[in-house]
Ligand binder design. Structure first.
Ligand code: KG4
Ligand code: ZN
Length: 353
């Protein structure tokens, strides 16, 4: 069953064709160039770019998947969480396609997509992963930072009845303010490094001294599994403001390394506490921030000391926003008959997973 999926919740215009977990095409048109000079996403510019690009991006996704519209069973689209006017561009396009080509439509939660990016496979069906539950996933991007405990639905027989969830998601920790990616983006903006901040900071940090600047550990209490990044950002801001311009320029790499370390210490510490407390069978980590190799290495090592192997999405491009993850979850919902009505389908900018 082939699904055409659309994703426009932030600054990437994405379309994909998937068949179950297999990704037949995955097109991402990034708006980085547009938002770069503003240090963050400018909603109106994002909306306009999505509207201009979504048509060609959908066409390219079909072409690359060597799939005609007739072969598409359902259109899946990300409803949220995300930026309202950006989400609308994708949802309106999905509705238009469903109406013109007489397709079924399904709305998908963006964070649920990020969680299951762990299950995306290439055309040949690799990697084939057997998930064991409870599965504990850290997902961190520019819009969210959460630790989610995933269990199969308590009564599997209900799965066939439709309407019943296949998985139960328990959010056991989440950010109380900024997301981890947002924290990196804001620090990059302070240092004049442009947007998005994560990749630039990663590059600079590789050559920097992470002990250069001492930064606080947020919510440093063992029983708290939530995150907070805004104090860290403020502390960094005041320290950088107290330095003269030449000093900042000279120590850009050290500042990037120190700040990145503080953000990753926080992520790792809370994730480790969650693993100890919930004793999951398997652990995974997804979302834009997990495109960072330094973080992946740290989490891999931490998981190993707890006797577990950690799963990451098979390709780095599945970490950042993409429509394949929306198509995967959409396909699962389709197999349970969980379709939406075209007319009443609407964006959900604050939708909890
Ligand atoms: O998942 P994503 O593409 O979009 C959202 O749902 O937000 O994540 C984007 C976020 C941005 O904050 C970006 O700075 C961060 O992920 N990011 C990274 C890296 N690549 C992207 N953070 C750290 N290291 C990276 N290599
Ligand atoms: Zn995302």
């Amino acid at each position: 069953m082939r699904i055409l999926a659309l994703e426009t919740s932030a600054d990437d215009t994405c379309a994909s064709v998937v068949d179950g977990q297999r990704v037949l095409s995955n097109v991402v048109s990034s708006q980085t160039e547009i938002h770069k000079e503003w240090g963050g996403i400018v909603p109106n510019l994002a909306k306009r770019a999505h509207m201009e690009r979504i048509g060609p991006v959908v066409e390219m996704a079909l072409k690359r998947a060597k799939t005609s519209m007739e072969e598409i069973e359902t259109v899946a689209v990300s409803l949220g969480p995300g930026l309202g006017i950006a989400l609308s561009a994708g949802v309106n396009k999905a509705k238009e396609i469903a109406k013109i080509y007489n397709k079924k439509i399904i709305g998908v939660n963006h964070v649920e997509g990020h969680l299951w990016s762990l299950a995306l496979q290439n055309k040949a069906g690799n990697p084939a992963r057997a998930f064991e539950f409870p599965l504990l996933v850290l997902t961190a991007s520019g819009g969210h930072t959460k630790i989610v405990l995933i269990k199969p639905t308590p009564n599997p027989s209900l799965e066939k009845g439709g309407g019943e969830k296949r998985f139960v998601y328990e959010i056991i920790g989440e950010t109380l303010d900024d997301a981890a990616g947002e924290a990196l983006d804001k620090a990059a903006k302070m240092l004049g490094l442009g947007y998005p901040g994560g990749p630039v900071i990663e590059r600079l940090a590789l050559e920097g001294d992470e002990k250069y600047l001492a930064l606080p550990q947020p919510l440093n209490i063992n029983k708290v599994l939530n995150f907070s990044f805004s104090g860290l950002k403020t502390s960094f801001y005041y320290k950088v403001r107290g330095m003269d311009k030449n000093e900042v320029d000279l120590h850009l790499r050290d500042l990037a390394a120190s700040y990145q370390k503080a953000v990753f210490d926080h992520l790792e510490r809370k994730f480790k506490l969650a693993i100890i407390k919930y004793e999951p069978k398997m652990v995974g980590a997804t979302g834009g921030v997990l495109a960072n190799q330094t973080l992946r290495n740290r989490l891999r090592k931490m998981a190993r000391t707890s006797g577990r192997q950690i799963l990451f999405p098979a390709k780095k491009i599945y970490n950042t926003d993409n429509a394949a993850m929306i198509g995967l979850v959409g396909g699962w919902k389709a197999s349970r008959g969980e379709y939406d009505e075209i007319e009443s389908l609407d964006i959900k900018p604050n939708w909890e997973v």
